[in-house]
Design a protein around this ligand. Structure first.
Ligand code: 13P
Length: 251
């Protein structure tokens, strides 16, 4: 299975910076065609800048694809401020990130919300990257598997298949902090997620499970070589084209 290397740009960048970053990533991929054989690459600009990526990627005919950081729980209609899965698909997005811990924390998203959004995303033909991960206090109290297990099972809609769903394990305490889970902890948690997936879906052996949380060029090789780690969801380092490409090369 090819690794999936995904750059979550979060709420960063001006229009000009987005163009610049996209252009530098495109140049890096063009200069190293072997990247395409070893991994799938996708970027997630903020909503307002997805059009920049769409225009530049279409023009460059690049293997780099793009997606959105969230979508609405419902179809088109009277939902001020929301963006529907239909609109994202129509705009050429391949993936949508759902249930990121920042959405859960700042927008009160629950497993139920994430499940509804994933079902709508699937019905529009989008691939959902469903994020799960424990807080530091939950790990300290030994509850990390209970938390991650219930987030996983309660966020997955009936429509989930290996083709339309990717799981991203992002321990909340490792996001943007420079702390990463140890390769042993990652191995243990990814094995646990795989087991839960296999119990729930028959062919989940092939469902991608990404790791996210302070993945950088210097730790990517070890993390990406860990069993059941099928790629990375990268925040901070994906805002630097060289760092993002170095992580892709490590894959
Ligand atoms: P960092 O790589 O900045 O820790 O962010 C990870 C993340 O939240 C990706 O979705």
């Amino acid at each position: 299975m090819k690794k999936l290397i995904a750059g979550n740009w979060k709420m960063n960048g001006s229009w000009a910076e987005t163009r610049n970053l996209t252009e530098n990533i495109l140049k890096g991929i063009e200069a190293d065609p072997s990247l395409e054989d070893t991994c799938d690459l996708v970027i997630f600009p903020p909503f307002i800048h997805i059009g920049v990526a769409k225009e530049m990627l279409t023009e460059a005919d690049s293997p780099l694809t793009y997606g959105a950081q969230d979508c609405s729980f419902n179809g088109n209609g009277a939902y001020t401020g929301d963006t529907s899965a239909y609109m994202l698909r129509d705009f050429g997005c391949e993936y949508v990130i759902l249930g990121h811990s920042e959405r859960r924390q700042y927008h009160g998203e629950t497993n139920e919300t994430v499940k509804s959004k994933a079902a709508v995303a699937h019905s529009e033909g989008l691939k959902a990257i469903i994020c799960i991960g424990e807080q530091e206090s939950e790990r300290e109290s030994g509850a990390e598997k209970d938390v991650v297990g219930s987030q996983l099972l309660e966020s997955l809609p009936e429509s989930a298949t290996i083709l339309n769903t990717v799981i991203a394990y992002e321990p909340v305490w490792a996001i943007g902090t420079g702390k990463t889970a140890t390769p042993d902890d990652v191995k243990d948690m990814h094995e646990f997620i795989r087991k839960k997936l296999v119990e729930r879906l028959e062919i989940a052996e092939n469902m991608r499970i990404l790791y996210g949380g302070s993945m950088k060029p210097d730790n990517a090789k070890k993390l990406l070589a860990t069993p059941n780690v099928d790629g990375g969801l990268i925040g901070g380092a994906s805002l630097d084209a060289e760092a993002f490409l170095a992580i892709a090369r490590a894959a």
